[in-house]
Ligand binder design. Structure first.
Ligand code: NAP
Length: 367
């Protein structure tokens, strides 16, 4: 039986991952095995390793794309040879991670593409502009973000996919140039029919408008909150903080004054208690936090146990299996920052993110 080349989490000073050989992965009947081709780095990868959240020696990486190699006997909708991308809780376990030659994938966090549209040659090292997803690098770059957005919109924000009813409603997406928001803007427009108001550095505004953002504002402007209130005209119904610092969460909340916001969401476990509230208009709002790892049905043990409840899975699965598939061909990947091929590049990719050297793009590499 063949082995599985992997990037392993290390906790050595100055290094996040090293390359190694692990055993061939064992997957369940309801899972898929992918022969990995391209990989993308996420902030969670270096955070898991630096903070020692995962098991020592676990397989790094949370985003991969490739070709379906084997299909569990209980899986429907995937065949050997399909072009796919997947996201999973990497940097956490020794038997499963994204930066691997063979990747175990759950259907609920795996996207299938039209392979007739794909260019299979490797992209050159360096930058490739955003495009419709038609490369393995582009596919690897979107999946964790897409599952995060799907869970946020379907379950935490509870947005109804009512294209007509939503056409005059705004979603405020703070941090438009984050990898999450680049998918969040597209999904808000294509699947939910919302108007999008977003904050990002000026250099990203044209790009974010090309993804469908209606209003783009610079978060560095001292009066950005007033600009948001004026532009949205009291019509913000949903608010998603993709940066999720205490400051940005409060900014998001303050910018919605005068709007009938139904729900707020963030990605780093901020809650109502982290806000200075206007009690008069917040009484009926929902304050949620999204954790993408719940999407494949596994409850998570962090400071407390966070449960993948039946309601959460019903909301999310409706998004992933019903609402999303007709729109996969319309989604664009972020600008790609392509590193040298080889799992050795995983270390460089994580260091770039840790050092905050990436703005509006996604770091990818081939195995
Ligand atoms: N809970 C979950 O399930 C989950 C899922 C995904 C991500 N996350 C977390 O969410 C955060 C975002 O992750 P990501 O991968 O989407 O981000 P990312 O792509 O790494 O975000 C980088 C972007 O953040 C923007 N930014 C930084 N500070 C900002 C501010 N004050 N206001 C507006 N934009 C700002 C920058 O935009 P400019 O270039 O415009 O300056 C930069 O381009 C990370 O902390 C990540 O760990 C959590």
């Amino acid at each position: 039986m063949s082995t599985n080349k992997i990037a392993v989490s290390t906790a050595e000073i100055g290094s996040f991952t090293t390359v190694s050989n692990g055993p061939f992965p064992v997957y369940n009947d309801d899972q898929i095995l992918i022969k990995g081709i391209a990989y993308a780095a996420n902030p969670t990868d270096w955070k898991h390793i630096a903070n020692k959240w995962g098991a020592p020696g676990s397989i790094a990486g949370s985003d991969a794309s490739g070709i379906v190699y084997e299909v569990g006997k209980d899986v429907k909708g995937f065949e050997v040879g399909d072009f796919v991308s997947t996201t999973l809780h990497g940097n956490y376990r020794k038997d499963r991670g994204g930066f691997a030659e063979y990747v175990i994938a759950d259907p609920a966090t795996t996207v299938k593409y039209d392979k007739s549209k794909f260019l299979t040659e490797p992209l050159p090292v360096g930058k490739t502009p955003s495009s419709l997803i038609n490369t393995f690098e582009g596919a690897a770059a979107i999946t964790l973000s897409l599952a995060t957005v799907g869970l946020s919109y379907s379950h935490s924000l509870k947005i109804t996919p009512d294209l007509k009813g939503n056409s005059e409603k705004y979603i405020l997406i703070w941090g438009g140039a984050t990898a999450t928001a680049i998918l969040g803007i597209q999904v808000a427009k294509l699947i939910y029919g919302l108007k999008v108001i977003t904050t990002a550095s000026k250099k990203h505004h044209e790009f974010l408008k090309s993804l469908g953002a209606d209003i783009t504002l610079d978060y560095r402007d001292s009066d950005v909150l007033e600009q948001i209130k004026k532009a949205a005209g009291g019509k913000i119904y949903y608010a998603f903080d993709t940066v999720s610092s205490k400051t940005t969460y409060q900014q998001v909340y303050d910018a919605t004054e005068g709007s009938p916001v139904k729900s707020f969401d963030n990605l780093l476990f901020l809650g109502k208690d982290d806000l200075k509230l206007r009690y008069d208009d917040s009484a009926n709002a929902r304050f949620g936090a999204t954790l993408v790892y719940l999407a494949n049905g596994e409850s998570q043990r962090l400071e407390t146990v966070i449960e993948a409840t039946p309601e959460l899975l019903a909301d999310y699965n409706k998004f992933w299996f019903e609402l999303l598939p007709p729109h996969v061909g319309q989604l664009k990947n972020p600008e790609l920052i392509v590193l040298k091929p080889g799992f050795e590049s995983a270390n460089e990719a994580l260091a770039l993110l840790k050092e905050d050297k990436v703005s509006g793009g996604k770091v990818v590499f081939r195995g």
